[in-house]
Design a binder for this molecule. Structure first.
Ligand code: AMP
Ligand code: MN
Ligand code: MN
Ligand code: MN
Length: 290
């Protein structure tokens, strides 16, 4: 079966491969297409697209945006596939998220200091590969210095949402993110719905609401979704008229057990899914179709 991977990260956010290295890895893995979907930034896309042309790999320019979960104080992630990177509205929205991170990161460093451990801005910058800094980099520094046994323990003890060095993160409203993505010619897809831990009826009502705001797809195939959940999400997508997407959430070293394309070994996102996503892209851009 021809496979694709529509959810990956590079050094532009918290992945460990540069965009070029990621595209080379996709080629070695035999993937038909790979989407680059860094957190709240499109900075890796130009390099990935150039590498894709050079290496003969279809690269889907994407982004993964941090959004508010309607009706709660929690967050969720909205993927945009086939975004045009330099559209003003999208750039402005991402800039707000990036500025919020720039203000948040020193607060995380200060909070750690108060707790008697240290990961300084200099140290997290040094491991970030020049891209955007996130909690994943604080975890990397804490583990590298032996403050915690590994990155997972760094989240459990210090950085996780319920841990003492957690600092809340600004997010866009879901409807706003959907509108920005569509205005940038992109296809909005709800990332990893299984991680929301919602019951069937709650998930369905969330999806209906997002669909009315312009959501086009659902990430049914995902490393952390088991086979039964993937099937349930595929039928839910069909029932709601949403496209099915799929990806591993590959990060390289930060998530060493997730393999590009294959996730935990059982991920199979068929290349055939791309046709429907492209059809929706063309419709959003007003080219052909209904
Ligand atoms: P941030 O966007 O700064 O809040 O950081 C979130 C990033 O940290 C995510 O993109 C994940 O890659 C990573 N992350 C979040 N929670 C955990 C966790 N419990 N264990 C390991 N990595 C995590
Ligand atoms: Mn991440
Ligand atoms: Mn995510
Ligand atoms: Mn991701």
């Amino acid at each position: 079966m021809d496979l694709i991977d529509l959810h990956t990260h590079t050094t532009a956010s918290d992945g460990s491969l540069t965009p070029r290295e990621l595209v080379a890895a996709a080629r070695r893995a035999g993937l038909r297409a790979v989407a680059v979907t860094d957190h709240d930034t499109v900075d890796g896309l130009a390099e990935a697209l150039a590498a894709g042309r050079e290496l003969g790999v279809e690269v889907v320019p994407g982004v993964e945006i941090s959004v508010n979960r309607p009706g709660t104080s929690a967050g969720m992630h909205m993927l945009g596939l086939y975004v045009e990177p330099d559209r003003a509205g999208l750039t402005a929205g991402l800039r707000r998220l990036q500025k919020a991170r720039e203000e948040r990161n020193p607060k995380i460093a200060a909070r750690l200091q108060e707790l008697g451990v240290s990961a300084t801005m200099e140290e997290v910058s040094a491991v970030s590969g020049g891209g955007q800094i996130s909690r994943a980099h604080f975890a990397q520094v804490l583990a590298a210095k032996g403050v915690t046994a590994n990155r997972r323990e760094a989240f459990a003890r210090y950085l996780g949402n319920d841990a003492p060095a957690y600092v809340p993160k600004f997010r866009l409203d879901a409807a706003e993110a959907i509108a920005l993505l569509r205005a940038a010619g992109g296809v909005p897809v709800l990332a990893h719905p299984g991680l929301l831990k919602l019951e069937g009826a709650q998930l369905e009502s969330l999806l209906r609401r997002l669909r009315d705001q312009g959501l086009e797809g659902l990430e049914a195939h995902y490393s952390e979704h088991d086979a039964a959940l993937r099937r349930r999400l595929e039928s839910l997508a069909a029932r709601l008229g949403l496209a099915v997407s799929g990806g591993s959430d590959f990060h390289g070293d930060p998530k060493p057990d997730i393999k590009l394309g294959w996730g935990r070994g059982d991920l199979r996102t068929p290349a055939g899914l791309l046709a429907e996503i492209k059809r929706r892209r063309d419709r959003i851009r007003g080219k052909g179709g209904d």
